[in-house]
Design a binder for this molecule. Structure first.
Ligand code: KE4
Length: 432
């Protein structure tokens, strides 16, 4: 039975008259899967309720900020209490120091932290800092990795850029893109080659240490260590964009999990507890170059916003070893069930994961880079997405995105998801 989406369609029609594409971020528009974006009325725990009254098991979870689930009482209370004391001051607070200390205490690469308001801003600022610290211009990124929408980093990006199939973006000038060098992910020769040609001009190598914006494509064994060694050898900095993986794959992020310690880390999503807060950090000698301590300018009206800081701090303080064990257990149950469901239907899939973060590729071969991600059957993903939506399960509306679990997802939610996947997978058989 197709859930009623009349009210969502009305919201979307109205939205399209005043908001480009009807959404405030492209991937929400269902461009890759078709159909009408569901307008959300409310969300609690692992469940969304849309404006038609449909309740859905949510695996988008606001794209990662909510490992405790929607509207977690202690996070909501912390934000509410902070709000009672004022929403924004534009002045230092003790709470933002506590948040910086919490991050520095958890993330191996971080001695100092600067808060910003989005992941885009965190990575953009960290790249400027790396260029200021090294006096060099070139940035190396990896095809399919998404680092937000700053001009220099949109080349061959993942996430919404991949979903929309646009190579970069109009409006990004040749000048802005000129200093960005793009290498294939997991391409050891490509990394060595770009340094052989440009080594002394490269300020920074930026990567998602677990690529998760082209679907989940982990670094192959030794690849992160290679990035660490080559950047150190050439005097370039290594920047881990952990906006997605930070406090998600482990409390110390992928840097903590892999043991490869970068020079700079960008964080977002989880650190803001569902509010607009992100951050970047690194060694004190590098971070100390940021204004006003040093000459590299970076600023923000709402940076370290007290309501967002309160929510982020409340969430981080609850993310202990038990929380990560709980996320891992849920991912084991869900991924194991999905693999059985697809095998039972005879539908080839590759479910690729890092800790509790995973995605589903409709292909029978490993996906190790962006070319492999694009070669997967995204039309089949679209049909699977709608089959699941009809069963009350809300997956990311793009095969280039990861699924997000939370501690609010129950075994019943997971088992219902697996049952729905079995039905949806059988419906895929025979369809191209
Ligand atoms: P924001 O500017 O959207 O807060 O963060 C950008 C960003 C940077 N780095 C990584 C690794 C990211 O995953 C992101 C944003 N992630 C996407 C989801 N794939 C956000 C969803 C959206 O664009 O609406």
């Amino acid at each position: 039975m197709t859930p009623d989406d009349r009210a969502s369609r009305e919201v979307h029609e109205r939205a399209c008259r005043v908001v480009p594409g009807g959404v405030n971020s492209p991937v929400r528009a269902f461009g890759a899967v078709g159909g009408t974006p569901r307008a959300v009325a409310s969300a609690h725990g692992a469940h969304l309720t849309d404006v038609d009254g449909n309740t859905l098991v949510d695996y988008v979870m606001s794209w990662g900020p909510l490992p405790l689930g929607h509207a977690h009482p202690q996070v909501a209370d912390a934000a509410r209490d902070a709000l009672e004391r004022g929403s924004s001051f534009g002045a230092p607070t003790a709470a933002e120091v506590a948040l910086a200390e919490e991050i520095a205490g958890a993330v191996p690469a971080v001695e100092m932290v600067r808060c910003v308001s989005s992941g885009t801003e965190a990575v953009m600022s960290a790249v400027r800092l790396a260029r200021g610290a090294t006096g060099r211009d070139k940035v190396v990124k990896f095809a399919g990795h998404y680092h937000g929408h700053s001009d220099a980093l949109l080349a061959d990006a993942g996430s919404g850029v991949a979903t929309l199939g646009i190579p970069g973006s109009p409006g990004v000038t040749a000048g802005a893109a000129r200093d960005t060098l793009v290498v294939a992910w997991n391409d050891r020769a490509g990394v060595e080659g770009v340094f052989a040609e440009h080594g002394d001009d490269i300020a920074v190598v930026v990567c998602e240490p677990v690529a998760a914006n082209m679907g989940v494509v982990p670094a192959e064994p030794g690849f992160l260590a290679l990035l660490r060694e080559v950047t150190a050898r050439h005097g370039a900095l290594l920047l881990f964009d952990e906006v997605m993986t930070g406090f998600r794959v482990a409390r110390g992020g992928e840097g903590g999990r892999s043991g490869v310690v970068p020079d700079l880390v960008a964080l977002g999503k989880v650190v803001g507890g569902g509010f607009p807060l992100a951050a970047f950090g690194g060694r004190a000698e590098v971070m100390g170059l940021l204004a006003p301590a040093g000459p590299v300018y970076q600023a923000g009206t709402l940076s370290g916003n007290p309501v967002a800081v309160a929510a982020g701090l409340a969430q981080l303080r609850l993310l202990d070893a038990g929380a990560y064990a709980g996320l891992q257990r849920r991912a084991d149950r869900l991924v194991g069930g999905l693999e059985k469901a697809f095998a039972g239907a005879g539908v080839p899939v590759r479910i690729q994961r890092a800790a509790s973060l995973f995605s589903v590729f409709f292909t029978d071969r490993p996906v190790r880079d962006y070319a492999g991600a694009r070669a997967a059957d995204h039309g089949r993903y679209a049909r699977f997405f709608h089959g699941m939506l009809e069963s009350g399960v809300y997956l990311p509306p793009s095969g280039y995105e990861a699924l997000f679990l939370s501690l609010a997802h129950t075994d019943d939610d997971i088992d219902r998801t697996v049952e729905a996947a079995g039905r949806a997978a059988h419906d895929l058989r025979g369809a191209p």
